[in-house]
Design a protein. Structure first.
Length: 66
């Protein structure tokens, strides 16, 4: 969330709403990146999130629950 606020400005609460939940996938079916999000919001907001997600997927392809 902080990265979105730093890069795009705005309200952290709004970014949490636009980002939505982070969905974890089983490593057996998603061995290269086990998480995804389905952002909703305005075109600019979704574009900002997608830009940040490209970087985050390279840095953190595998995450754990909890």
């Amino acid at each position: 969330m902080r990265a979105l606020v730093r890069s795009a400005g705005g309200d952290p609460r709004r970014w949490r709403i636009v980002l939505g939940p982070i969905k974890l996938h089983d490593l057996r079916t998603h061995p290269h990146c086990n998480w995804s999000v389905a952002p909703s919001g305005g075109v600019r907001e979704v574009a900002e999130i997608e830009r940040l997600l490209d970087t985050m997927r390279l840095e953190y392809p595998i995450v754990g629950a909890g």
